[in-house]
Design a protein around this ligand. Structure first.
Ligand SMILES: [Zn+2]
Length: 252
């Protein structure tokens, strides 16, 4: 099994301020460690259900050189470097292709204009107010779901601050496991779970997301744009179907 992970930073627990998001920030080094540990937690969870799984992780935040390679799980390879048409045209989904079975989006955040949303924006906050696909306003979650959906790859797990859950449920296909890392108070404050807790949730969530795909029991299809996704779900005879259904509940 091959799993693609698009990792952002604003949705990681403890991250609430721009100082944490840029290399010149005094607290950036701590935030990038938290971001890397979240990705590792998802990888180790997936490996519990799919021991031979391979991972490609795309650093999808800001300078896109945030994840700490020397701390990344050995089952993964890392896409590093800024988005640019010449070398990283798929931006936060660079590295994904038709060889993958499942996608995870970790540390994601709500779209630009989300009322009271934590660090909300879409791509480049200073330059982009809204992005619409087929008339529907979408955030980075739906945009990247559409990119991986081009290869019929379902999104198995999404993590971030609590307000992202509704956005994700509205704009990407059902069936993903949601992992809440913090409860947003406003644009720069949140009630945050400690990493020891979010790592556990991500670990469990990733295992839950992977289980139905073992044996090819679930797949996405025709997911070029939000709202047109279709998904074949596990057979009712498959005992793991219930586990996938359980993934709809909020975590954290
Ligand atoms: Zn970001």
């Amino acid at each position: 099994m091959r799993i693609f992970i698009s990792a952002d930073m604003e949705g990681v627990t403890g991250v609430v301020h721009r100082d944490q998001l840029v290399p010149e920030g005094k607290t950036y080094e701590r935030a990038r460690k938290l971001m890397t540990a979240d990705v590792n937690a998802a990888i180790t969870g997936a490996l519990r259900e799919a021991p031979g799984a391979e991972f490609v992780v795309c650093d999808g935040h800001g300078v896109m050189r945030n994840l700490i390679l020397e701390e990344l799980h050995e089952a993964a390879q890392l896409v590093v470097g800024p988005a640019h048409p010449a070398n990283k045209p798929l931006c936060q989904s660079q590295g994904c292709d038709e060889t993958f079975d499942l996608a995870f989006f970790t540390g994601y955040h709500s779209r630009a204009g989300t009322p009271g949303g934590l660090l909300s924006h879409t791509w480049v906050g200073a330059a982009v107010t809204n992005i619409r696909i087929n008339g529907e306003i979408v955030g980075e979650t739906a945009l990247n779901a559409a990119v991986v959906g081009h290869w019929d790859i379902p999104v198995g797990l999404v993590s971030g601050a609590h307000e992202l859950e509704a956005e994700a449920r509205d704009t990407i296909p059902d069936g993903f496991v949601w992992v809440g890392t913090k409860t947003t108070y406003g644009p720069t404050a949140a009630l945050c779970l400690p990493p020891a807790r979010t790592h556990k949730l991500l670990n469990e969530g990733a295992a839950e997301a992977v289980a139905p795909l073992q044996g090819g029991q679930a797949e996405a299809a025709q997911a070029q744009v939000p709202g047109q996704h279709q998904r074949r779900v596990p057979s009712p005879r498959d005992g793991r179907q219930g586990r996938r259904g359980a993934g709809h509940r909020a975590r954290g």
